[in-house]
Each structure stands twice: as C-alpha cells, then as structure tokens.
Design a binder for this molecule. Sequence first.
Ligand code: C2E
Ligand code: MG
Ligand code: MG
Ligand code: MG
Length: 287
Amino acid sequence: LETSLLRFVRDLKNNQTDEPPPPSEVTVIDFCNALDAGDITLAYQPKLTVQGLILRGVEALARWKHPQKGNISPGVFIPLAERHGLIDTLTRELLQKAFKQKQAWQQMGLRFHIAFNLSPLSLADAGLSDWLADLAQEYSIPPDEITLEVTENALLGELACAIRTLARLRLKGFNIAIDDYGTGFANAQQLSRVPATELKIDRSLIHQVATRPQQGTILASTVDLAKNLKLITVAEGVETLEDYRILVDLGVDQVQGFYFSKPLYPDDLLEWIKSGLSKIRRQVHGK
Ligand code: C2E
Ligand code: MG
Ligand code: MG
Ligand code: MG
C-alpha cells in the first residue's frame, strides 16, 4: 500500500509539473464579460504645475483586474477592444465613469481638470463631439475642464479626418492634448495644423534627462516649438527630483509621473491630495 501510495503521489506531482501553465492571455470573451460586469475602471494620475506644484488635473487611465488572471494592462486590452470593434463601447462607458467622478469631485469643491485618452479609432466616430457635449451638460461639467488626449501617431494616418473631429471638439470647448510626443514622426507643419491646446512630451524623452545632455537639447527645442505653437507643455514620466529640476529650467508648464504619484483610485487620490502633495512640496523645496 505504501509504495502504491508513494507512486500515486509521485505521479500526481509529475502530472502537475507536466501540465502547461494556465492560459494567462485574455480573450475577447473575457473582455466582454468584464465590460458587462463593470470590471474595467479608471485610475487617476495627478498633473501638477511646475511652478508651485499645484494640482492642475488628473489623467484617467483604464484599469482591469481580472478575477483569475490578475491585472491586465491597457496596453493589452485597448488594442484587443480596437481589433474587435469594441473600442467605442469601452470609450463611451469609461467617459461616463470619468464625468460622473468629476461631478462627484466638483460637489466636494475640487475643481481640477480631467484628461481622457481617445483611441485613434474614436476620431472616426462622427457622433463623438455631440455625444460628449451632451454628457458634459448632463453632469454639469465645463468642457474646458476636460482634455482629450490623442497620440501623435493617431494624427499621422487620417490627418484630415482626425483634424475635423478634433476641431469639432474644440468648438464645443474641450481641450485637446497631443500625447506621447516624440515617439512618432509628426513634423512641425503637421503639428501646427492640429487644433491642440497641449503637448505631452513622451517619457522616453524625459527619462534620465539629467544624465543625458543630448536629450536636454532635444527637449529644449521641443519646448520651444510648443511655445511657438501656443501649446501648454506637459512632461510625462517624471520619475526623479533631478528630472523635475531640469524641466523647471526648461520652462515646461506641467509635470506628471511616478515621482509625484502613480495613477490612483479615487479614495487614494483624496488621501494624496490631503497629505501626499504637501510631502512632495516639502521634498522639492528641501524642507
Ligand atoms: P499614456 O496615455 O501615455 O499614459 C501614461 C502611461 O504612463 C500610463 O500607463 C501611466 O501609468 C504611465 N506612467 C505615468 N507616469 C510614469 C512614470 O513616471 N514612469 C513610467 N515608467 N510610467 C509612467 P498605463 O496606465 O499602463 O497606460 C498605457 C497607455 O494605454 C496609455 O498611455 C494610453 O495610451 C493607453 N490608455 C490607458 N487608458 C486608456 C483609455 O481609457 N482609453 C484609451 N484609448 N487608451 C488608454
Ligand atoms: Mg495619455
Ligand atoms: Mg503619454
Ligand atoms: Mg503612452
């Protein structure tokens, strides 16, 4: 009996190790279930003024915690939604969540802006600007406290079509940010045709700027270009105090990054506003 029991246990163990790991990839079915269950939510990352470190706005970032498969990155599920024609559904659902949250903050007396990322595919959604304007009205949100972010690369494909949608959004009073600037190949002329209000410099240009002098040169000319186009400049991915200090010298308007805060869920954001922010101010001012 003992040997057969041992063999049984050994076989069981072998079986377990021979088994392929459970599939960790999410499917479109998982995604649909998550949409139905409301499992896709938003975290908010602070955007601060360089001068005075005042909370100017937050960027809403999609989050999905799968009950078995854990946290799924938006870098995975946004493209999945795009491939399966589900991005407009997701976008509208998340925009509704973001506006509802903004209204709740407004009712608490908090008046910072919200930025929201639009898929390049959403720029082909002709009804988007009217829908958004109605939504803003429904939640009593001034459109000029909303920024819509589109990546530089989204502007390269169907530039004429993208510009039309963005111009409509601008007419309704929404702000437009060009996201991830520096990762694509938009030239100054293309950039000048986009009715944008803000330029977000990609973190690949910011990262380790303190130790890479060439990067400082590229950054300086980018900030210069943005200023000439009357765009607000925002540096993304600021991870260290050294990076921040260089951005101050370069005359960047706003900063966002892990040095100040990770993307936070609403309760944690309130906590950060209460205590985290002043801690950072003390740190920056050496007090
Ligand atoms: P993004 O719009 O450029 O957002 C900034 C990304 O950089 C976020 O990643 C954020 O967590 C990360 N980040 C912020 N500060 C730092 C830092 O200091 N260091 C580093 N290493 N990373 C930092 P996340 O949340 O994973 O989002 C990735 C991308 O997915 C976003 O890039 C955006 O393009 C897209 N995305 C996220 N949410 C949505 C959404 O609701 N709709 C659409 N269409 N796209 C979204
Ligand atoms: Mg963004
Ligand atoms: Mg970005
Ligand atoms: Mg990005």
